[in-house]
Write a protein that binds this ligand. Sequence first.
Ligand code: COA
Ligand code: AMP
Length: 634
Amino acid sequence: MSYAATYAAWQADPEAFWMQAAQGLDWAQLPSKALFDDAAPFCRWFADGRINACWNAVDRHVAAGRGAQFAIIHDSPVTGVTHKITFAELKNRVASLAGALRAKGVEKGDRVIIYMPMVPEALEAMLACARIGAVHSVVFGGFAAHELAVRIDDAKPKCILAASCGIEPGRIVHYKPLLDDALAQATHRPDFCVVFQREQEVAHMEEGRDDDWHAFQYGVEPAECLPVEGDHPAYILYTSGTTGQPKGVVRPTAGHLVALNWTMKNVYGVDPGEVFWAASDVGWVVGHSYIAYGPLIHGNTTIVYEGKPVGTPDAGAFWRVIQDHKVACLFTAPTAFRAIKRQDPQGALIGDYNLKSLRALFLAGERADPDTVNWAARHLGVPVIDHWWQTETGWAICANPLGLGLLPQKTGSPGVPMPGFDVHVLGDDGHELAPGELGAIAVKLPLPPGCLPTLWNADDRFEKAYLHHFPGYYETGDAGYRDEDGYLYIMARTDDVINVAGHRLSTGAMEEVLAAHPDVAECAVIGVADDLKGQLPMGFLCLNAGVDRAEPEIVAECVKLVRDQIGPVAAFRLACVVPRLPKTRSGKVLRGTMAKIADGAEWKMPATIDDPEILDEIAQALRGMGYAQADAAR
Ligand code: COA
Ligand code: AMP
C-alpha cells in the first residue's frame, strides 16, 4: 500500500489501523480495543491486552526456528573484538540474568537503572528487565556522576546494573567509580548493584552491595517471560528539559512494541533476517528503539557498535562495518557524517569497501544540513532519508517511508507525517498557519501508540510541559513550517534545548551549574552554530561586584564545573565574562538575539530591549572568541 493510502487508512479508522498493526506481535491476551481514552488527555493503548517485550524480541524468534540467526553483533574497534550472539544464545543469557535479578527480589514494576557502554550486556540487561516486568532506565555514559545521582533519586531503582568501564578513544570512562560517586551523592539507596567487569578496567567491588555479573547468575533458575498489561511501563528514559531536573519519559509496553514493529518494514524497509545498524548509543532513544527493541522485535540482526565514525581507526570505519556485516540499513545522526566528510572530503575510503548490501541511510537527531545529505547520497548511491522524532515519541513523527515506496525527496525536509501523527503548525494563539508560515509544531491528541503517556511520577509536569499551551494538542517544542505538499521543515527549538552532536542538552541546566560558581552573579548559555556538532554551548558570565581574580581562571573553573556536574557530553568549552546581560524590560535574557549575533545571522533590535548598548558589549565579547564575524544587519 502507498504512503497516501496508508495514511488515509489510519485517518479513516485509527482503531482498525492499530489493531491490525498489533497482529504483528505475540500476545498472551489480545487487547479488546486499541485506544483507551477514558482519562483523556492521558491516553493508554492496548491497555487490557497482556504481552511481554522480551518474548517478542527474543523467544518468539527461537520458537519460530530463527534461533541460529545472529541477534546481536558486537563490533568494537576500541577493544579489537567482534562477538556475535544468536537468538538462541540471547534467550539463554537473558533468561539467566532475569532469573538472577528475580532471585535477588526484583519484581514487576521495580525500577532498574542500567549504566553501561556499548556492549551486548547492556541490551541483555534491558531485555532481562522486560522479561520479568521490571522497568529499566538506561543512563548515558557521557553524563557525570551528579546526573546519574539525579536519575537514581527520581527513578528509585531497586538495583543498578553497571559495567566496570567504557572505552572512549584515548581514555577509559570509569563507570564504576562514577557509579560509586553517584551513590554517595544520591539520597535513594538501591538494594544492590551488579557489575559487569571488563578486562580493560576491573572495578573495586563494595562488599555487601556489589555483585559480580557472572557470579550472581550462578545456579539460578532461568526466568520465563512474564506477560504484563499493555500500558505497563517498559522503561523510563530521562531527557533534557528547560531546567536541571530531567524529564522521565515513560514508554508503555504494548504501544511501543506495536509501533516499532510497524516501522521496521514500513519506514525502514527491512525484512526479518536482514542486518539493521543504528550507530548511536543505548543511552539515547535511538538506541532504545533501533539498537535494542525495534530490530529484535522484527527479527533483524542488530549491531552494537563500540566505536566512532572517525578515529577508530579512520573515516572508513562505517564502511568497514557495513561491508563486514552486510548492513541493509544504516541509521545515524548527521554529525557522524559531517565528521567523516571532514576527514575524507572526497569519500576516497568508500571505494575500499563493498557496500552493495546497503539500501538506505536514515538520519535523525538534529537538522540534516543539505550539504551533508547531498554528500552522503552522492558517495553512497542510496537514498539518504532524514526523519524527525523525539525521545517523547520513541519513533518517527515525520519520515519518508521507504517501505511504503519512497516519496519524492525534498532536501531540508524530514518528510511527511507518519500514520498516528496528525501534525499541525500553529501560531502562538493556537490558530492553524498556512503553508510556508513558521510556527510551533504540535500533534493533535491522542498521540499514537508508543509515545509517552506521561512523565515518571510527574503527571502535572507532563500536562504543563506538553499539553497546556495548545489545548487538545501535544506541543513538540520544535518550530517549523509545512509546504503545499505537506512536507514538514524543522527549523529550531522553541525552548532552551540545544542539540550538540545529536545530543539533546538543556542550556537551563548548564546555567544552573554556572550560577553556582561563587564568583558568578548571573549567567546565560546559548547554542552557537558549529560545523561539526551542529551546535555548541556558549556561556556568558557576569561576575559579582568586587571579584578581582583573573577572568581566564574563572572561565576555566566554570568549564570544569559543567564537565564535572553534567558531563563531557555537554562539550562545554566556550565561555566569556561580560559586564551585563541583554534583557527585555521585563527581565528576560535575550538568548535568541545573542545566538543570532554569534552566528552572524540577520537580527533585529528587540522592541522590548532594556538597554541596546549591552548587545554591542556582547558582540565585542563574541568577536573576541572568533564569533559574530559576519557584518550582520540589524
Ligand atoms: N561515554 C562516555 N563519554 C562519552 C560517551 C560515552 N558513551 N560519548 C561521548 N562521550 C564523551 C566524549 O569522549 C567527549 O569527551 P571529551 O570531551 O573528553 O573528548 C565528549 O563526551 C563529547 O562527545 P561527542 O560530542 O560525541 O564528541 P566527540 O568529539 O567524541 O565525537 C562525533 C564527535 C561526531 C564523532 C560523535 O559525536 C559521534 O559519533 N556522533 C554520532 C551520532 C550520535 O551518536 N548521535 C546520538 C543520537 S542519534
Ligand atoms: P531527542 O529527544 O534527543 O531525540 O531530541 C529530539 C529533538 O532533536 C527534536 O525535538 C528536534 O529538535 C531534534 N531533531 C530530531 N530529529 C530531527 C530532524 N530530523 N531534523 C531536525 N531536528 C531534529
